[in-house]
Ligand binder design. Sequence first.
Ligand SMILES: *Cc1c(COP(=O)(O)O)cnc(C)c1O
Length: 391
Amino acid sequence: MIPSVLPTYNRAPLTFVKGEGTWLIEADGRRFLDLGAGIAVNALGHAHPALVAALSEQAQALWHVSNLYQIPQQQALADRLVESTFADTVFFTNSGTESCELAVKMARKYWHDKGHPERTDIIAFEGAFHGRSSAGIAAAGSAKMTTGFGPLLPGFVHLPWGDLAAVRAAITDTVGAILIEPVQGEGGIRALPDADLAALRSLCDEHGILLILDEVQCGMGRTGKLFAHEWAGITPDIMMVAKGIGGGFPLGAVLATETAAAGMVAGTHGSTYGGNPLACAVGCAVMDIVANPGFLDEINRRSGQLRQGLEGLVGAHPDVFEAVRGSGLMLGLKCRAANTDVLQAAYDANLIVVPAADNVVRLLPPLTITEDDVTEALRRLDSVAAAIEAA
Ligand SMILES: *Cc1c(COP(=O)(O)O)cnc(C)c1O
């Protein structure tokens, strides 16, 4: 008999009932060190006082009004994002895959309005993840996500990850945009070298096509800059955001330049919940903290500490770990042992990590992780490796 919850997930037998900063408390009282943060969602950890206050204050005043009316919290968050990024304008969604939907629509509308309705193709990359909507799975294109769900939304060209020569060859006069994660998350914490991201920007400029960045996982401070593309010194035309921006409350956004967004006039797009007062009150509280240069500096210090410790673990346990990948607090351990064994041993050591493709284990702790908690995480990972070696 089918379970009452549609069984699309293989769930671990763990039931968390409370969160405190970087810690999750299981129903039986065990305390887990959380290096998953709900897959890069709980950017400020669990029950951060500023977020609890923002949410409860807004909850007393007003939860929802339609986008038919002015929403000051939404306006404030949009202003904040525009001030802090390349963007001139923002649309709020409730998830990453909704942000993907709008990014695709926006690129198509841009070319339609420019008199080139044939430029519908979007170049995307193997190993990508853009969510589970029809556009999201078509954009990523992997058999794992698309089999059985055809006919797929047409208009995506899939190229090997980061293959610039292939991109050059694939830019025809039906291509309108390039869509890429500066650091692939689900694909195994694969960071595109800064020079390659800059080269993609140049190719887009040369051919007049749009660069769409999916920063749903790598954005909002995760790599030690507010957005990952800042490391490469470039800006996109359109950017998808979600996960960390809500700190655990469902919130996403599409950021765009005025030029890229010009066709999205009244009536061309909408969302019942997107940009509601509760979500945006929380989003403002997240931005107030994460967009702070001092906060980003601290992420880079914790990243250095974690990365150095992980390099040590790779050296000490070469049969378990192969290499460290990623940047900021978006790190991956490429494993020699099966990453599922590492995951299980981590659970046994009261440690939460997240598996990814390419036999990688992801470390995506709350950006607020303390020096002591990084030290403890490394100690637990060391015991995880020892347990696997002993097995
Ligand atoms: C998680 C993720 C998405 C999808 O976000 P949802 O909120 O699950 O729809 C899209 N792109 C990237 C890079 C992601 O990590």
